[in-house]
Structure formats: C-alpha cells, structure tokens
Design a protein around this ligand. Structure first.
Ligand code: GLV
Ligand code: MN
Ligand code: MN
Length: 426
C-alpha cells in the first residue's frame, strides 16, 4: 500500500519552485512509475522513458533545446547571450529507489527547469549557458553499481559496466539498446573539456537537521565516502525436513550473525560511520529448502574513506571468522567505491551568499547521502543546496517537502545564477 502524499495540480504560472514540486508529484504515479501501488522508476525502464518524455516537453516550454547523450542523460540547454558559451550545469537524478519518495533527485531536476523558465520569461540571457541535466542512474536500484550517467558526463566511466546485469539477467548494454541506444559508447557522453563552469545540485536533505533547526535551506560542505559490497555465504542446499540440525551447512544463521556484526561495528564507529544491509536473498529461496547460499548487500559510509575502510576491514575480518567457525564458504565482492567529496569551497561560499540573498541563514552541513555531485566534481567545481524535508524522511514514500521551501530554493538558485553572471561578466 502506498503512503505517497496527495498530489498538487501543476499550474505553470505558479512561482518557480511550486511548479517543480507539482511536477514531482505528477511523476509519482504511472506511467512515471513502474507500478501503480508504489513509486519505482529505475534506470532505462519504460517509466524512466515516460519521465524523460514529459521532462523534454517541460524543458522545451522553458526555452531550452533538448538532447539525450550516449548515457541516456537528458540535457536541456538554455543558450547564453553568445552561442556556444560554456555552461553552468544544474541537475540531479530522475531515477528512484524501490518504493521511494517523489522528491529524491527529481526535485533538483525540476527546480533547474523552473529557474530557466523564470529567466526565459524575463527575457534574460546570461554570460554563460545553462544546461539542466536529468541523470538516470544515481540510485543503482536496477544495476549493481550506480551513478553511471554522471560518471559518463564527468568522463570517468568504465565501459566495462555495460556487462553488469540486473536481477532479471538483462545486461546494461541490452537495457540501453531497449531504450533506443543500441551499441552505446558511454565515453561519448563525456562533457567537452573547458565547457562546464560549475555544477549545482539541489536536493532534499534526506535528514532531520534543517527541520530541527527551523531552516528551509542548507549548503552542503562535503558528501560522505561510500562503499557497496556484495557478501555471499555458501553452504549446502538440503531438505528442510530430513537434514538434522547438527548435519547442516546452513549459511542463513551465519548471515544473521554477520548482519549483527555490521550493526555492532558501525554503531561503535566515529566520523559519521553507518552500515546497512538493505537486500538479503536466500538461494534457492523456498520454505522447504536449506539455502545453498545467502547473499546480502552491504553499504558502508563515513565522512572519510579511511574511517569507512577501517570499518569494512573490521566487518570483513568478523565475517571471515563467522564463516570459518561455521564451516561455510565466503565471497565478498566490491561493487562500488566513492571517496568523500568536498564541495568546492569558493562555490559553496557563493551559494551561501545566494541563500543569504533570500533572507535565510545559510546553514552549512555535510551529506551522508550520495549524490551525482560527488562524481561531477571530477569535471568542474560543485555546490549543493539542501532543502528541508519533513521528519528527515527519505527513501520512503512518506517523503514530503513544503511548497514554500521549494520556492525559497528556486530563489536561492536564481540568486546564485545572477551572482555568477555578475562575477563572470565583470
Ligand atoms: C543515494 O540515495 C544514496 O545515498 O545511496
Ligand atoms: Mn536516493
Ligand atoms: Mn538522491
């Protein structure tokens, strides 16, 4: 049963920020979700395609020309005063987790469109172009690794990811082909050198700090380091009724011990250490079969890669001990690794000044969640604006954000754009 918040009507003459919010709401249901009962919009699915079709129309309406790159990023371009000028990139992701909320990612894209629509309506051309980007794979909710799309734009993608397979066994290469991009060469999506001035990402906070302090907006200082691993404990499949308890090699209880070890090690950690086992599967997965293997995901994050890696090493040692003691096999595979990513200090100060322009105090805070900005920092300076969300709840259909906060976010982004224009034109 979905607990998505009620939708708001899309009124395109509403204030920048309010339109963005209403569009996120609109995209909370089919055809923008793979199912009716929840919001699921995974990379390269028909729901992703439908979202991009709608977004293309909104981008055109806002005065942009639109293209799709080789990694299925949808990019709207608002030309500057002179053609072919370098661009300020604004964007976030359009994909969701399974049973996610409407605003994680999508709001940042829609706010970018609202900002351009406001500039276009005012007949304002800048000393730079603006490109609004909808990245397709920030969550990694379909394929084992994430941020393929921003990696491609930032020129740091490994073409080998095309061999990754989703849970149904479809390769990323085949998924691109089904999406209308057969034989895609991800390197072709790399942004031209010297053409990106900066990357600005607006995103809901996904945590409780801004709400607790009564602030609508925050300015991100840095994004936490993260690692994704896949842990496989291997036993012997057998009959659940006939194999005595003492004669089993059941990886299930070993997995339970391992998960408790993750909780213990991360609870005792410092530097914002957190560890999550978000997916568990017993194979073959039946009431009456002792599993032959149990596979679980492990997501470990901390403010520094060193703190994260120390925890991963401790967890690995612990799980090795559990497997040895229980006489079961163990495979641990690293699926993804991202170092901590400080936002650009000068650009962050600049964004803080833009938040002050709206009359708000620019609260600075780190991000425990991962964002495309981490990857885009390989291409150009990055800054991130956080928007308060209700109860700090995210990756949950109960995700909610106030319209007034979205309007303030759009104002801060427009102030940032105007300040940047004044700086670059000087
Ligand atoms: C994305 O939401 C992440 O932080 O994993
Ligand atoms: Mn997310
Ligand atoms: Mn997100």
């Amino acid at each position: 049963m979905s607990t998505l918040a009620p939708t708001r009507p899309v009124e395109t003459d509403a204030k920048p920020g309010a339109v963005a919010l209403a569009r996120c709401d609109l995209m909370g249901a089919p055809p923008y979700s793979e199912v009716a009962s929840q919001l699921i919009r995974r990379f390269l699915t028909p729901a992703h395609q439908a979202a991009l079709t709608a977004l293309r129309g909104w981008m055109i309406e806002a005065g942009m020309s639109v293209r799709m790159d080789a990694a299925a990023n949808l990019i709207g371009r608002y030309e500057g005063a002179t053609p072919n000028a370098p661009a300020l990139l604004i964007g976030s992701h359009i994909d969701t987790v399974r049973n996610g909320g409407r605003y994680d990612g999508a709001l940042g894209v829609m706010l970018g469109v609202d900002c351009v629509a406001a500039l276009n309506k005012a007949g304002r051309r800048l000393s730079f172009a603006i490109e609004v980007i909808a990245f397709g794979d920030e969550e990694g909710s379909r394929f084992p690794a994430s941020m393929t799309c921003s990696r491609a734009i930032a020129g740091v993608v490994d073409q080998g990811v095309l061999a990754m397979r989703d849970a149904e066994g479809v390769s990323l290469a085949d998924a691109f082909a089904d999406f209308g991009l057969p034989g895609t060469n991800l390197s072709a999506a790399a942004y031209p050198a010297g053409k990106a001035i900066a990357f600005l990402e607006a995103h809901i906070e996904q945590g409780p700090l801004l709400e607790a302090e009564g602030l609508a907006l925050g300015v991100v200082t840095a994004i936490a380091a993260q690692k994704r691993l896949s842990v496989r404990l291997i036993g012997t499949a057998g009959h659940a009724g006939t194999t005595p308890m003492g004669l089993r090699r059941d990886p299930g209880p070993g997995a339970a011990e391992a998960i408790l070890a993750v909780e213990r090690i991360c609870t005792g950690g410092t530097h914002g250490l957190v560890g999550t086992v978000g997916r568990i599967a017993a194979e073959p997965g039946a009431f009456n079969v002792i599993p032959g293997a149990v596979v679980f995901s492990l997501d470990v994050r901390a403010e520094t890669a060193a703190a994260r890696d120390a925890a991963v090493a401790a967890i690995t040692t612990e799980i090795e001990g559990i497997a040895d003691r229980r006489g079961i096999g163990l495979q641990i595979e690293l699926m993804q690794e991202l170092a901590e990513s400080p936002c650009d200090p000068a650009l962050t100060d600049f964004l803080a000044d833009a938040v002050s322009d709206t009359g708000l105090t620019p609260r600075r805070l780190p991000s425990g969640a991962g964002h495309d900005a981490m990857v885009m920092s390989n291409l150009c300076p990055t800054a991130m604006l956080f928007i308060r969300c209700e109860g700090g709840v995210s990756h949950n259909p109960a995700e909610a954000v106030a319209e007034a906060d979205c309007i303030l976010a759009a104002q801060a982004m427009l102030a940032f754009i105007h300040r940047l224009d004044a700086r670059l034109a000087a």
